[in-house]
Design a binder for this molecule. Structure first.
Ligand code: F6R
Length: 636
């Protein structure tokens, strides 16, 4: 057996090498924002940072400064180069400014929707989604505010302006406006009349403060700020910051001053760094609210509540069945997809691990479609299955994270996950983004096949739009999950159980635990317990049960009773209703928010990732590069 892990071709294509040379463009993922309170002409500096943020989106770009006492801006549709041209023709003066590179969520990618957005004396750039924007927009319209764009961001500009009009000073106006916002956002706000102030805020998407010498920076990541400073303070969720040339003050949402560590970033030498996290895996787990929201925004329209039309090479209404093939975690995402396509679109799905798919000689029809799911887009078995289906004349869709990968190139349609670079070998954010794609496509298929009404589609899209916020809430359970993981790390074997979509999730939980903590784990359909694995149950085998309070909750409780009766220790992952109704004694209960059924697998994926992560930390393993594994497996 070859003791070398397979070559990480996909990895290099996406991330470039360790010297910071970027490889193939990794795909647009999310907006990038920047703010600079400087001492020289600021637009060239903002362009430099935006170049480093362009991987986050290039639908449009824009910059605003305070020029001769007035807010002024230049914006351009498309890539940054268009904004650069615009600035050459019409330069902007000013030593303070904000900038943006956009990955469109609300509103088409044109100049009108490009950031910065203005409202009386307020300029703003934003990354994320303001979930309650419709309600806020109605309220502001009633108050006489006119909207010039289709974006959710513009409500924030008007909200701040309204507080100013009510007589509040800029910092307090921003604070009051922030209190009204629901959703995931990173913001930078600038005010006419104060050339020494940018207010930054973070709730979900990352935001870093860069400390300069007589100048101060805000940016979506440290990479963007690396040309100017490596001295970085990362804002935490709920933080907002008052950034001035010579000082930064950080507050929580109640207005209490908080202390955040200042640290040296390695971003100049590494294009991708861990931020203030110990491991890439930890960082990637925490990026999920943001990347899920950007992935969903690619497939569904949050404003009108519909799934977006995709340029598919086949019609969901005309195919008899869908074949899905993938490996490892991507396969488990596909398995959950099967439940969704069959439930929401009545579309039969055949799914196989790719290494089996290509050899089991299943009958294939040129009238059907096949999806291949892969983070890297390079996995050898999955690629071979793709080619096998292509030969059979099937239409091919590739759900990939690396846009320039072989699978993307060889498919009829690329269905991208917008997870951004995933460096940790254990897949986390790519998995939840794969789920986001599949859930959105299942809704689309349901509508196309006449199974889902427009009303039901709206309800489902609304449910999908809530996933980032719930994911954010789950991340806050870190302390409890870390404590449980410490306990888990004392055991040699763990059993995961679940029914319905929680069955593949149980397998994913077990896979994560195995691959990074090296604890032996199995994932089973809870109903299968009595057909064999129950023989293993004793006090040395913790059983993790994934059971939101759904249609079949009671059935899973019966299985828990079978475990408890044999001395098994149960860790239950459920919601408040489930916790209240469970009649079995558990060792621990992790209570997640009560979420709509369609997003349940996305949300329940987080605690199982966190359990594996912390168990591995306690075991002292190499979390990001576990033994014997590679990020992209390019051999059979
Ligand atoms: C597990 C994991 C692997 C991959 C599998 C497929 O955490 O990362 O199981 O999911 O090797 O890789 P991709 O998605 O690149 O095809």
């Amino acid at each position: 057996m070859n003791d070398q892990p397979a070559i990480k071709e996909g990895y290099l294509a996406f991330y470039g090498d360790k010297a910071g040379n970027s490889g193939g463009q990794g795909g647009k993922t999310m907006c990038g924002i920047v703010g600079i309170v400087g001492h020289s002409r600021v637009t060239p500096l903002i362009l430099t940072t935006l170049k480093r943020l362009e991987y986050r989106g290039y639908d449009s770009a824009g910059v605003a400064t305070i020029e001769h006492g007035e807010l002024a801006r230049r914006r351009a549709e498309g890539k940054l180069i268009n904004l650069e041209r615009r600035l050459k023709e019409e330069p902007l003066d000013g030593t303070i400014g904000i900038g943006h590179t956009r990955w469109a969520t609300h509103g088409v990618p044109n100049e009108t929707n490009a950031h910065p957005h203005f409202s009386d004396g307020v300029a703003i750039v934003h990354n994320g989604i303001i979930e309650n924007f419709a309600e806020l927009r109605d309220e502001l319209v009633r108050d006489g505010y006119a909207f010039s764009s289709q974006t959710d961001t513009e409500v924030v500009a008007h909200l701040v302006a309204r507080e100013l009009a009510r007589g509040l000073k800029p910092v307090e106006a921003a604070h009051q406006a922030l209190k009204r916002l629901e959703g995931a956002f990173a913001l930078a706000i600038m005010f006419k009349g104060d050339e020494d102030l940018i207010v930054g805020a973070r709730n979900g998407p990352p935001l870093a403060v860069g400390h300069g010498d007589g100048e101060m920076f805000l940016g979506s990541d440290a990479i963007a700020l690396a040309p100017f400073t490596n001295s970085i303070t990362y804002l935490e969720d709920g933080d907002w910051a008052v950034v001035r040339r010579d000082s930064v003050a950080i507050f929580d949402i109640d207005g209490n001053k908080v202390e955040r560590k200042r640290q040296q970033s390695l971003s100049t030498s590494f294009m991708v760094d861990k931020g203030n996290r110990r491991h890439f895996m930890e960082k990637e787990i925490h990026e999920q609210p943001e990347v899920i929201s950007h992935t969903l925004a690619h497939y569904v329209d949050f404003v009108s509540g519909v799934s977006k039309p995709l340029d598919l090479p086949f019609d969901f209404a005309r195919i008899g069945r869908l074949a899905i093939s993938a490996c490892g975690t991507a396969y488990l995402a596909g398995l959950i997809g099967k439940y969704w396509f069959e439930r929401y679109a009545r579309l039969p799905v055949d799914i196989d691990v790719a290494s089996e798919f290509r050899y089991r000689e299943m009958p294939l029809s040129a009238n059907d479609a096949a999806f291949f799911i892969s983070q890297s887009g390079e996995t050898a078995d999955t690629l071979a299955s793709l080619r096998y289906c292509r030969k059979a004349g099937m239409k091919i869709g590739a759900v990939v994270n690396v846009r320039e990968s072989t699978m993307a190139r060889e498919s009829d349609v690329v269905l991208p996950t917008l997870a951004g670079p995933e460096i940790g070998v254990a897949s986390t954010k790519a998995f939840t983004c794969q789920l986001s794609v599949l859930a959105s496509l299942a809704v689309r298929a349901g509508v196309a096949r006449g199974v889902i009404s427009r009303e039901q589609e709206k309800t489902l899209v609304r449910a999908l739009s809530e996933a980032p916020r719930y994911a954010n809430q789950v991340l806050k359970l870190e302390e409890q999950i870390e404590r449980i993981a410490r306990e888990l790390s004392r055991y040699k074997d763990v059993l995961y159980l679940g029914r319905d979509t929680n069955f593949p999730l149980a397998m994913e939980g077990a896979l994560k635990l195995k691959e990074i903590s090296y604890i032996h784990a199995e994932g089973y359909a809870a109903g299968e317990l009595k057909h064999g694995p129950i023989a293993l149950i004793d006090e040395n085998m913790p059983v993790i049960v994934i059971a939101p309070h759904d249609r079949i909750f009671e059935k899973t409780v019966s299985n828990m009773q079978e475990v408890a009766a044999r001395g098994g220790k149960i860790i239950l992952i459920t919601d408040a209703k489930g916790a209240a109704q469970v009649s079995v004694k558990t060792m621990e209960t992790i209570i997640l928010p009560d979420v709509p059924e369609i997003i349940s697998p996305i949300i329940y994926a987080l605690p199982i990732q966190m359990l594996a992560y912390f168990a591995a930390v306690f075991m002292g393993t190499d979390v990001d590069q576990p033994r014997n594994l590679a990020k992209s497996v390019t051999v059979e």
